[in-house]
Design a protein around this ligand. Structure first.
Ligand code: MG
Length: 388
C-alpha cells in the first residue's frame, strides 16, 4: 500500500528532504498534502512535480500568485492559518509530517491528531510548548508520535522493544555548533553570517542559530522529556562534535545503546515514514573505518546559558517553556536582521522568563495568549539590546 504523506512545511529543509525520501520510494509513499508558510514559488514547483490533492499557504497575501501558478490543475488550494490547519486535519491522508517552523506548527499538529493521523514530528515547538496537551491527545487516540529529529529518532530506536521502566538516563548528543570553541568574551560580537556556518548539519536559518546558542539542544531536552515521559534529571547533554552518535540510552542494568550513522536527516525521516518497517536505504551510509575519534565533552553552560534556561523551564513546566520559545523566536529573528548581538538572544530570554508568572496546565488558548504577550515584551526589549 502506498502511504499518502501530508507534509506541513514542505518548502523548508526537512520538507524538501522528505520529498527526496518520497521520490526515492515511489512504490511506498506519495505526497498528498503540501503546506508552506510563505515560499509560494517553491510550493508551486513542488505541487507540479508531486501532484498532491491539496496545497496550503500560511501567508494569504501570496494566494493570488499561487492560484495563478497552479491554474488549471486539479489541486485544492487552501490559505491562511486556518487553511493550514484544515489541510493538516484531512482524513484522506495516512501520516502527517509536521515540519513547520516555530510554534506555528502546534495547532496543525493537534488538528492532525484529532483527525486520527500518526505524526512524524520534526517541529520541536509542538512538544516544547504544547507537550502535555499533545502527548495526552496522541495516547488517548492511540497514535504514535514518531520523532524525526535525529537525536530523538536515535533514542526512540534504542528504546524500541525495551521493557517499561528499564530506562535509566538519556544521553542526548549535541554537535556544539559553530561557536563550540569560541571564548566566551568573543561571543557577543558574533554575526548571523558566522552563526549560520554549521559544522556538520545543513539546516534552515532559525534552527542553525538555535544550534549555535544551544537553545536547539535545550528544546530537544524538553522534547525528549515529553516523548519518552522521563524527568529532566534523567536527561544529560553531551557535546559530540563529530555528529556520528545521534544519541544514547543507558538502561538500569548499566548497558548503553547508541544509534550511529552519518548526519543525514533523510535517514530519520525515512524511518519515521516507514515505521515500524525498515526500508532499504537509498543514501550513503557510515564507514566505521572513517570513525577515528568519537569524543564527548560537557557543554559550556557559562558561555551558552540558553541550555540551562531550557532545563529550568522544563522543571518549572506549565507556560514557562512557551515563554522561552516565544522570546527566542523574537530574539533570533532580530539577530538574523542584525539588530542585536548574539549574546543578547540569551539575555532577552532570561528577561522574559523573569517577567513571567508560570501558569500550570495551560490550554491551547492560554498558550496562544502567553506566546503573544511574550512576543510583545521581547520586542519591547530589542531597543535596549540594540547592536551598535
Ligand atoms: Mg536535532
Amino acid at each position: 500500500m502506498i502511504r499518502s504523506v501530508s507534509i506541513l512545511g514542505s518548502t523548508g529543509s526537512i520538507g524538501r528532504q522528505t520529498l527526496d525520501v518520497i521520490e526515492a520510494f515511489p512504490d511506498r509513499f506519495k505526497a498528498g498534502v503540501l503546506a508552506a508558510n510563505r515560499s509560494w514559488q517553491l510550493l508551486a514547483e513542488q505541487a507540479k512535480k508531486f501532484r498532491p490533492k491539496v496545497v496550503a499557504l500560511g501567508d494569504e497575501s501570496f494566494l493570488p500568485q499561487l492560484q495563478d501558478a497552479l491554474n488549471g490543475m486539479d489541486i485544492k488550494i487552501l490559505a491562511g492559518r486556518d487553511g493550514v490547519i484544515e489541510a493538516a486535519g484531512r482524513r484522506d491522508q495516512d501520516i502527517v509530517l509536521s515540519a513547520l517552523v516555530g510554534v506555528a506548527g502546534l495547532r496543525p499538529t493537534v488538528a492532525a491528531l484529532e483527525a486520527g493521523k500518526p505524526i512524524a514530528l520534526a517541529n520541536k515547538e509542538t512538544l516544547v510548548v504544547g507537550g502535555s496537551i499533545v502527548t495526552k491527545l496522541a495516547s488517548s487516540q492511540g497514535l504514535p508520535l514518531l520523532p524525526v529529529d535525529s537525536e530523538h529518532s536515535a533514542i526512540f530506536q534504542c528504546l524500541h522493544g525495551q521493557p517499561e521502566r528499564s530506562l535509566k538516563r538519556i544521553l542526548l548528543t549535541a554537535s556544539g555548533g559553530p561557536f563550540r570553541k569560541k571564548p566566551k568574551e568573543e561571543l557577543s560580537k558574533m554575526t548571523a553570517r558566522e552563526a549560520l556556518k554549521h559544522p556538520t548539519w545543513s539546516m534552515g536559518a532559525k534552527i542553525t542559530i538555535d544550534s549555535a546558542s544551544l537553545m536547539n539542544k535545550g528544546f530537544e531536552v524538553l522534547e525528549a522529556m515529553h516523548l519518552f515521559q522521563c524527568s529532566m534529571e534523567q536527561i544529560e547533554v553531551w557535546v559530540h562534535p563529530q555528529s556520528i552518535v545521534h544519541s544514547m540510552v543507558e538502561f538500569v542494568d548499566g548497558s548503553i545503546l547508541a544509534q550511529v550513522g552519518l548526519p543525514d536527516m533523510r535517514t530519520p525521516i525515512q524511518y519515521a515514514l516507514g515505521y515500524p518497517e525498515r526500508l532499504s536505504h537509498a543514501w550513503e551510509t557510515l564507514h566505521v573505518e572513517d570513525c577515528h575519534d568519537l569524543t564527548f565533552e560537557k557543554p559550556r553552560l557559562d558561555a551558552f546559558p540558553c541550555l540551562s534556561y531550557a532545563f529550568e523551564a522544563g522543571r518549572l513546566g506549565g507556560t514557562m517553556p512557551c515563554v522561552v520559545n516565544a522570546a527566542n523566536e523574537v530574539a533570533v529573528a532580530n539577530f538574523l536582521e542584525g539588530r542585536i548581538y548574539f549574546t543578547a538572544i540569551a539575555e532577552i530570554i532570561r528577561a522574559c522568563m523573569d517577567h513571567h508568572q508560570v501558569q500550570t496546565e495551560p490550554t491551547l488558548d492560554i498558550l496562544d495568549k502567553v506566546d503573544a504577550q511574550t512576543r510583545d515584551y521581547a520586542a519591547s526589549l530589542i531597543e535596549k539590546f540594540r547592536a551598535e
